[in-house]
Design a protein around this ligand. Structure first.
Ligand code: HEC
Ligand code: HEC
Ligand code: HEC
Ligand code: HEC
Ligand code: HEC
Ligand code: HEC
Ligand code: HEC
Ligand code: HEC
Ligand code: HEC
Ligand code: HEC
Length: 412
């Protein structure tokens, strides 16, 4: 990144006929911004830092693009507003302007223009605020008077227990309204669904605003890479996978009875793969998608929970990690050279049947060239061991690596 900036600046200098060899010095605000970003990427996230970044970006000269952040268009990912408790009213904030275009029928879309100066957008929308009095919290009992069923179901969830018995913040103490936002306007006119933050299918609340509501409390942690993750950028809402209104499953307040069923709502192909002849016992309930994937985002595609495919596999198949005296190169590189993680119709999750699997990479060099006569073929009177049973592994047994002094060919 630093190099890219340096290059860009050098190029600009060059055009002006001033190309010099020194490293260009960033203006102080940008340099500070860059340091701050580096700290955040290293995991030191705090609301103050984000607030400073917001104001730094707002203060940057027009046209200056830095780390993909153009001034005017707010930096889309990390926003201080997520880390501060929700304000009493829920005015549209600049946070969601980038996404507002996805909900054109939203009543707030008109206020969300990417090129509106940031400072103005983040203030409560003046004309609307005049037209409508500030929304206030009305309390759970009021909600309950009309939503008895929902309140009863919700009472058994972890949120209810924490919010009611031991609220740790003022927002938590708002119970229903901690998620649904202040309800005074909704109570006055329940038929207007734009006045309440709603997460159901008929919701009028933009997805990004729904998610922002959950993220006021759940930013960071497993969700440190939520923003712009493949699920975020495909407009998934927290409520696609979570239903906090009741307890359907054992853990994670999932929208379906199990984690796997929750994922299968959309990932039908993977469901089919796990039903193949050879598969890890996921449908049997011993494994779940989240043993290998983090649905909230990851730096390793596709949403993997570790730094590489192999590291994911080693969490359970530790014996394959080694160290080995003789390593088999494709195993070190990636288990996926030979295995399909979700299932295969060949034994042992293999990508291809043996000997074809091995022959994708190996020729017959070093072996007698005997696979020439009908008698050597699999159905002949003297079938070659390379063609039957475990095929190549009849002799090359320790295919994942060997610790035997004479195991260079993985024969022992
Ligand atoms: C006066 C009765 C009444 C009160 C009090 C009330 N609601 Fe509602 N609420 C309704 C009605 C009726 C609907 C259905 C509107 C519709 O579907 O058109 C509704 C809809 C909703 C929805 C949207 C459901 C959806 O499918 O999108 C949410 C969320 C909601 N209420 C939450 C709350 C919360 C939180 C409170 C307390 C702050 C509350 N309600 C208080 C009557 C009430
Ligand atoms: C932790 C956040 C959270 C809290 C607290 C919460 N809700 Fe919800 N509520 C949701 C989500 C998410 C949905 C959408 C569920 C879905 O997928 O249909 C929802 C849905 C609803 C609906 C729409 C009907 C439905 O089931 O889809 C109503 C009405 C509602 N909530 C009322 C309430 C009331 C009343 C309370 C307090 C007793 C409450 N909520 C507390 C998050 C919350
Ligand atoms: C006001 C703060 C707050 C808001 C808003 C909030 N939560 Fe929570 N949530 C909590 C707390 C507190 C817990 C209890 C566990 C903990 O301390 O981490 C929790 C727990 C959870 C859990 C873990 C459940 C388990 O079985 O371990 C899930 C999942 C969850 N919330 C999802 C959501 C979703 C989805 C939303 C938005 C619809 C949401 N939360 C909104 C505070 C909040
Ligand atoms: C694609 C599905 C999916 C989406 C979208 C999703 N989650 Fe989750 N989430 C899960 C699953 C599955 C688990 C359970 C993980 C486990 O227990 O292994 C989980 C666990 C959690 C937990 C409890 C564990 C923890 O990290 O403390 C919280 C809190 C949570 N999610 C919040 C959120 C919020 C907030 C959003 C929206 C920004 C969100 N989730 C979006 C699938 C999803
Ligand atoms: C509401 C639908 C929905 C649900 C539920 C859902 N996903 Fe996804 N998921 C998507 C979409 C859409 C994509 C993007 C697909 C694409 O671009 O090809 C995706 C992509 C993925 C990818 C591929 C990432 C990549 O880089 O190619 C993984 C892995 C994934 N989801 C895992 C999960 C897991 C695990 C769960 C359950 C916890 C889950 N999903 C639940 C809709 C969903
Ligand atoms: C044993 C670990 C593991 C489990 C369990 C697992 N996956 Fe995967 N998944 C992977 C790996 C590794 C890849 C990368 C495959 C590749 O790059 O070819 C992947 C790829 C994906 C992709 C990207 C498209 C594709 O198929 O290559 C999606 C979507 C996906 N997984 C969804 C799921 C869902 C949904 C579940 C639960 C039903 C699940 N995975 C369970 C390891 C796993
Ligand atoms: C969460 C634990 C877990 C992870 C992570 C995991 N596995 Fe497995 N794997 C299992 C279990 C459990 C079995 C079944 C063992 C048995 O039946 O004795 C299994 C079986 C297998 C088998 C044998 C299948 C058969 O048909 O006998 C292969 C091959 C395999 N895993 C490869 C992988 C690869 C490759 C990865 C990484 C993408 C991986 N595993 C990640 C738990 C895991
Ligand atoms: C060069 C191809 C190849 C690569 C790469 C490979 N495997 Fe295998 N694997 C096989 C073959 C062939 C079998 C079945 C024969 C056997 O039992 O050893 C197998 C079997 C397995 C089994 C089930 C039997 C057992 O030994 O437990 C597991 C688990 C397994 N592999 C895990 C892995 C993991 C984890 C990786 C990545 C570190 C990996 N494999 C990489 C070829 C490969
Ligand atoms: C993705 C390609 C690939 C696949 C598939 C593959 N191998 Fe290999 N194999 C290699 C590479 C690369 C080496 C290292 C060659 C070297 O060091 O010169 C190797 C080394 C070996 C060696 C040691 C050879 C030597 O010269 O030291 C044996 C034996 C071997 N593989 C057997 C197998 C068998 C049996 C299978 C099928 C189960 C198989 N391989 C699958 C790529 C592969
Ligand atoms: C009957 C036992 C046997 C079977 C079956 C067998 N091999 Fe071998 N293989 C050997 C022996 C023994 C050597 C060592 C030859 C040497 O040291 O010169 C060897 C050597 C190799 C080598 C190293 C070649 C070299 O140039 O040093 C590779 C690669 C290899 N085998 C791959 C395979 C593949 C792929 C298959 C399946 C198509 C297979 N083998 C089946 C016994 C076998």
């Amino acid at each position: 990144m630093r190099r890219a900036i340096a290059l860009a600046l050098l190029l600009a200098c060059g055009l002006a006929g001033l190309a010099r060899a020194e490293t260009p010095v960033l203006p102080p605000d940008q340099a500070a911004l860059r340091d701050e970003m580096a700290r955040i990427h290293a995991g030191h996230v705090d609301a103050d830092a984000l607030q400073r970044i917001d104001s730094d970006i707002a203060a940057m000269p027009a046209g200056a693009a830095h780390m993909g952040m153009a001034t005017g268009a707010p930096y889309p990912s990390l926003k201080a507003t997520q880390f501060t408790p929700a304000p009493a009213a829920q005015p549209p904030t600049s946070k969601w302007t980038r996404l507002a275009s996805y909900a054109p029928d939203s009543p707030r879309a008109d206020t969300a223009k990417a090129d509106t100066p940031k400072a103005e957008v983040s203030k409560p929308d003046a004309p609307k605020a005049e037209a409508k009095p500030q929304r206030t919290y009305v309390g759970r009992e009021t909600c309950e008077s009309c939503h008895q069923q929902e309140a009863t179901n919700w009472a058994h969830t972890i949120h209810a227990k924490v919010f009611q018995q031991n609220p740790r913040t003022e927002l938590q103490a708002q119970n229903c309204e901690a998620c649904h936002g202040p309800g005074s306007a909704h109570v006055e006119d329940p038929s207007d669904l734009t006045t309440i933050i709603s997460f159901s299918k008929k919701s009028k609340t933009p997805v990004a605003e729904q998610n922002g509501q959950c993220l006021t409390c759940h930013a960071g942690g497993q969700r440190i890479f939520w923003h712009d993750s493949i699920h975020d950028s495909n407009q998934l809402g927290c409520a696609d996978c979570h239903n906090p209104m009741t307890t359907f499953g054992a853990r994670g307040l999932t929208a379906r009875e199990s984690i796997n069923e929750t994922c299968f709502q959309c990932h039908k192909a993977q469901h089919a793969e796990f039903a193949r002849r050879s598969h890890m016992p996921l449908l049997e309930g011993k494994l779940s998608c989240t043993d290998c994937h983090n649905p909230h985002g990851s730096t390793t595609a596709p949403l993997l929970k570790a730094d590489s495919v192999n590291e994911v596999c080693f969490t359970c198949h530790a014996d394959k990690r080694g160290p080995f005296l003789f390593e088999h190169a494709p195993v070190r590189e990636s288990c996926l050279n030979c295995h399909s993680p979700h299932g295969s119709n060949f034994e042992n999750l293999l990508n291809a049947p043996r000997p074809v699997l091995c022959q994708q990479c190996h020729s017959q060099d070093g072996h007698p060239g005997s696979l020439l006569t009908a008698g050597n073929m699999a159905r002949g009177p003297m079938p070659d061991p390379r063609l039957i049973a475990t095929s190549c592994q009849t002799c090359h047994v320790n295919i994942h690596g060997s610790n035997s002094p004479s195991g260079a060919r993985f024969e022992r």
